[in-house]
Design a binder for this molecule. Structure first.
Ligand code: ME8
Length: 500
């Protein structure tokens, strides 16, 4: 089963922020889950280096755009191992191979008759690097996303005949109701299409920082055409000596934020249609992380969550867990450092960490570390019956928050089970030896299953725990609740989430 998943590629004109981290973590969780299912996974992320924002930022510093891109991309890339992101490749849109393939595909679109030269005049947002159509513009000629003044621009450039794809796009949406997820975003994209598509400019004449238009070298491609194609071009050169296009195209999932919906759900499929290429299966549109006060994060409001601060204080697993758990994936939500710490203490340390520590400690104390080979408690085991299937269903829809919640309900259930069965009481009574064996075998198996299911979210802590359980296998086949205790010898376990 080939599974190809991507994040948006980041603009490298500024510094990485928690929104960038959020999208990569969610995508990573899905990629790791799909690997657990035995999928042949390819996970792509990268940097969007061309276009006006980077050219302008470089000009402001008096350096060449490539120099700025090199420096900033290095910072974005360095974030990935810190966040425990398991991407298979990192694309930069200044890679020669990317540029060459952009030219090839765009030439095909040109040869197929979907371009023309014309005069473009319109309202332009320099931050979006996008011309806005009339029905998007806010009162006072403001950008609907950045709420900054739009500038009136006019230039002769090449156009893409987006309007010719109106019917085909409507058919795509009718035939593939899960092309855009969640449903509210599908409706938003479809109503944009139904409101009538206008052609879009695809080149810039006054800009030098971009991919040269092969049939008119005075122009470079408008950055979005270059950027969107990254998902396709990367497969051609990500693995030296191999072309992965055949295996992985079309992509299974593009994970993006709500501000770039139009590009991915309207322009992108139309470009692919124009080039005669297959359309990706799903675009999942996530919401925006807001400051703890519920307002847009901004340095001046002092409500920015710095991902590095959370990682320094609590570890990368804690940041991953917090972001996946706090905000329903797909919706907007407020995040802040205090809430991150509160979840670390209440849930990671007191619920999961404590369940793991006391389970291992009790097996070591009462049974010299050997998990009793007895039949597990059928009632508790029964409560895990449909769990893996339900998680698979949710993850097929990128529902990372809902899937995590299902596992967490089991974490809480197991802690209640410990309280109900009070193994420390059973240990005092020789006649209860078998019952204690059952409780210990059941808990150890439950902790193992839970840890396999949590491993996409908490790769570091779960690896330590599964090692201590002598059962490092991550595959979902291995997440079935075994009917009997394993007989394994448990290693001592350091606290997974120490007080910090
Ligand atoms: O848009 N909360 O790059 P980008 C959640 N280069 N997600 C957020 C966010 C927030 N506060 N802020 C940004 C671009 N994002 C283009 C993409 S793809 C072919 C080209 C998300 O660096 C945003 O929605 O501005 C996008 O998905 C990603 O971060 C990169 O944003």
């Amino acid at each position: 089963m080939a599974f190809y998943i991507t994040t948006a590629i980041d603009y490298v004109n500024g510094a990485p922020h928690v929104g960038h981290a959020y999208e990569k973590i969610a995508t990573d969780v899905i990629a790791r889950h799909m690997r657990q299912r035995g999928g042949d996974v390819f996970f792509l992320t990268g940097a969007d280096e061309h276009g006006e924002p980077v050219a302008d930022a470089a000009a402001a510093e008096g350096i060449a755009p490539q120099e700025l891109a090199d420096r900033n991309t290095a910072r974005f890339k360095a974030l990935l191992p810190v966040l425990e992101i398991s991407n298979d490749f990192y694309i930069r849109t200044t890679d020669d191979e990317h540029e060459r393939r952009v030219q090839e595909v765009m030439q095909r679109i040109h040869d197929n008759g979907y371009t023309y030269k014309g005069l473009y005049e319109g309202w332009y947002c320099p931050r979006c690097a996008d011309f806005k159509v009339e029905n998007e513009i806010l009162e006072g000629n403001l950008c609907p996303i950045h709420q900054i003044a739009l500038t009136r621009e006019s230039e002769e450039n090449w156009f893409f005949k987006l309007s010719e794809f109106q019917t085909e796009l409507e058919a795509l949406y009718a035939d593939h109701p899960s092309f855009v997820m969640p449903l509210a975003r599908y409706n938003e994209a479809l109503s944009f299409i139904q409101s009538g598509l206008q052609d879009v400019s695809l080149s810039r004449r006054h800009l030098k920082w971009g991919v040269t238009v092969p049939w008119d070298p005075d122009h470079v491609f408008y950055v979005w055409f270059d950027a969107l194609l990254n998902y396709y071009t990367a497969l051609g050169y990500a693995r030296p000596g191999a072309d992965l296009t055949e295996l992985f195209w079309p992509a299974t999932f593009h994970i993006i934020g709500k501000d770039i919906l139009k590009f991915h759900t309207v322009f992108w499929p139309a470009m692919l249609m124009a080039a005669g290429l297959p359309i990706p299966e799903h675009v999942f549109v996530h919401g925006f992380l807001l400051g703890a006060d519920g307002r847009k994060m901004s340095k001046s409001l002092g409500n920015v969550l710095d991902p590095f601060e959370v990682i320094d204080a609590l570890g990368a697993d804690a940041l991953r867990f917090y972001l996946m758990r706090e905000v329903q994936f797909g919706a907007d939500g407020a995040v802040g450092p205090e809430a991150a710490r509160a979840r670390y203490e209440a849930e990671l340390a007191n619920e999961y960490g404590n369940l793991a520590s006391r389970t291992v400690a009790m097996v070591r104390r009462y049974r010299d570390g050997v998990v009793p080979e007895v039949e597990v408690d059928p009632v508790l085991r029964g409560e895990f019956d449909r769990l893996v299937d339900d998680i698979i269903d949710l993850m097929d829809g990128a529902e990372v928050t809902a899937a995590l919640d299902l596992v967490w309900q089991r974490v809480r259930r197991c802690n209640r089970y410990v309280e109900e069965r009070a193994p420390w009481q059973l240990a005092k009574d020789d006649a209860a030896a078998h019952e204690l064996n059952v409780v210990l075998a059941t808990l150890t198996e439950a902790v193992r299953v839970i840890s396999v299911l949590l491993s996409p979210y908490l790769p570091d802590a779960t690896a330590k725990l599964l090692d201590a359980l002598g059962s490092p296998v991550l595959s979902l086949d291995g997440a079935a609740f075994a009917p009997r205790g394993s007989g394994a010898l448990l290693e001592p376990l350091e606290p997974l989430f120490p007080r910090r």
